[in-house]
Design a protein around this ligand. Structure first.
Ligand code: 13P
Ligand code: SF4
Length: 313
């Protein structure tokens, strides 16, 4: 069997049985991977699934911090990631040594940290959040408690405006969600009467100001099913269109235009998420590698703020 003749779908399904594996995929994965996964979800639901699974092997079709979260929750299971290079600009923006110093400079602040960060940064945090539960978590913190929010300045800024809480924001951002152009979006909206702009809170404030609805990937998917508009301009990573088209086949869905040229290929495609392919998914299951491994002291410290998140969501 050479690589050209491999039926990846059939082989992956066979390996899944042999390994007693579960395949978890994020909404930003390529359609073939979403379709073969046992569960497709947002960061919060994927963490919940990772915690609940009784499979022996978790195959994480997502980015590195997601695989790490699954491993933190399941130290005795093997967690495989198709490509270890599948990182995240938000996680990269927050090196643990700098985050540690920042925390030491502000000893009276607790740290609520977005799940898009490394295990080492989680280990230095008090509570983890995702875009689905961040507002709910911030609202549960006593009013007199000072808060650091890291690493996404855009999600952090959105939370400050939504909750009215002052927070010290880390200066990180998502390369995909900062690539949209709000003026082009307004023009597109006027060309499509009745269209609504829906956006992920990782987008910049100027764009969020133009949005009719702001939410996590799963919230956006729910919204387009219950809302009665027939056309949406969607400001998040393009992979989500696969589920959107399945859920509302009759509605018009337009990707939000990027800041640069219209053919700007990388703009609404997360280059980290798209490192995963069917071939790499198959190979990682066949070789049982690459595997996510985390030093036990880091894992134990990172588990506490994740468990707090799960309790508070
Ligand atoms: P959610 O799916 O949790 O909304 O997160 C989006 C994201 O950028 C994941 O990398
Ligand atoms: Fe990170 Fe942005 Fe890619 Fe999500 S879309 S993995 S936040 S770079």
């Amino acid at each position: 069997m050479n690589e050209l003749t491999i039926d990846y779908k059939a082989e992956i399904l066979k390996l899944k049985k042999e390994l007693n594996a579960v395949i978890l995929a994020h909404f930003y994965q390529v359609p073939e991977i979403q379709d073969i996964a046992d569960f497709v979800g947002d960061s919060l639901d994927l963490s919940r699934k990772a915690k609940a699974t009784d499979a022996d092997v978790i195959v994480f079709a997502g980015v590195h911090f997601m695989g790490e979260t699954a491993k933190i929750l399941n130290p005795n299971k093997k967690v495989l990631l198709p490509d270890l290079e599948a990182g995240c600009s938000l996680a990269d923006s927050c090196p643990p040594n700098l985050f540690k110093s920042f925390r030491e400079e502000h000893p009276d602040h607790i740290a609520i940290t977005y799940i898009n960060c490394t295990a080492a940064v989680k280990a230095l945090s008090d509570i983890i959040c995702t875009s689905s539960n961040a507002e709910k978590i911030v609202n549960q913190i006593p009013k007199d408690q000072k808060i650091i929010f890291a690493p996404d300045r855009n999600l952090g800024g959105y939370l400050v405006r939504k909750t009215g809480r002052e927070m010290l924001l880390w200066d990180g951002s998502c390369i995909v969600h900062e690539a949209f152009n709000e003026e082009k979006i307004s023009r597109l909206k006027s060309l499509n009467p009745g269209a609504k702009v829906i956006a992920h809170p990782e987008c910049e404030e100027m764009l969020l100001d133009k949005a009719d609805y702001i939410g996590s990937t799963s919230a956006l998917l729910k919204y387009i099913q219950t809302d009665d508009a027939q056309c949406y301009i969607v400001a998040t990573e393009i992979g989500i269109f696969h589920q959107m088209k399945k859920l509302v086949p009759g509605k018009k869905l337009i990707p939000a235009p990027p800041k640069e040229t219209p053919e700007c290929e990388g703009c609404f495609n997360c280059r980290f998420m798209k490192l995963n392919t069917m071939e790499k998914l198959y190979l990682c299951m066949k070789n049982q590698s690459p595997e996510i491994l985390i030093p036990e002291n880091v894992r134990i410290n990172a588990l506490k703020p994740i468990e707090r998140m799960l309790e508070m969501s």
